[in-house]
Design a binder for this molecule. Sequence first.
Ligand SMILES: Nc1ncnc2c1ncn2[C@@H]1O[C@H](COP(=O)(O)OP(=O)(O)OP(=O)(O)O)[C@@H](O)[C@H]1O
Ligand SMILES: Nc1ccn([C@H]2C[C@H](O)[C@@H](COP(=O)(O)O)O2)c(=O)n1
Length: 231
Amino acid sequence: MENGAARTVPSVIVAIDGPSGTGKSSTSKAVAAQLGLSYLDTGAQYRAITWWMVTNGIDLDDPTAIAAVAGKPEIVSGTDPSAPAITVDGVDVSGPIRTQEVTSKVSAVSAVPDVRARITELQRSIAASAEEGIVVEGRDIGTTVLPDADLKIFLTASPEARAARRSGELQGADVNATREALLKRDAADSSRKTSPLAKADDAVEVDTTDLTLAQVIECVVTLVEEKRAGK
Ligand SMILES: Nc1ncnc2c1ncn2[C@@H]1O[C@H](COP(=O)(O)OP(=O)(O)OP(=O)(O)O)[C@@H](O)[C@H]1O
Ligand SMILES: Nc1ccn([C@H]2C[C@H](O)[C@@H](COP(=O)(O)O)O2)c(=O)n1
């Protein structure tokens, strides 16, 4: 390096959105780890607030009841891609937020505008404090949470590929039932009034149906590096 000056890599904010099972979490974690960036799983935050509502007996058929307590739980998200962590009021909920009960209720809770306002504010403050940059994954990151992100990616895959991936994870799960469940959740997430699941106009769409996870990671790493080189 000339004059012994250290090369500085520009900070970069990457938004990765898409429907369930398209590979957002796996890709985002790997890209962040490879490039030394922070990582934020925003779905985990919506799952955490849903877990708190279930645990506290809130009526999830009543959006007014959900809105009334949306500010109560304290949600803390870790941003280390090799050890993603999430707590609610100091309790580690990384396991409990993945139960079938939470998965089936998270779309109803995350559709409530007061819930979204609270979680969006939290997401923006985490992204703002990531000095080296961050990969943030979810459903509305490129459109609403971080509309000025340096790079926006929208991952897609056929329902069949997504169901096969998910049922591979949940050993013994029926592929058709898994497919129906994820399409139902996508429909709810895409049709809510406040910041629905959507591709930002300036997002790069990557269809992962016929790509291996390694190929998707390589594709996104290349896009981030190109973006950084142009900064
Ligand atoms: N391109 C790929 N090829 C094969 N399997 C993949 C691919 N991408 C991800 N997977 C696998 O598919 C499953 C779902 O991936 P992942 O959890 O990353 O998706 P997601 O989009 O974050 O889903 P959700 O929104 O439901 O959390 C994981 O088991 C993952 O290893
Ligand atoms: N930015 C986001 C992220 C997630 N959600 C909601 C909708 C999803 O069904 C749910 C769980 O997400 P997952 O863990 O499957 O990625 O959380 C949202 O509304 N906005």
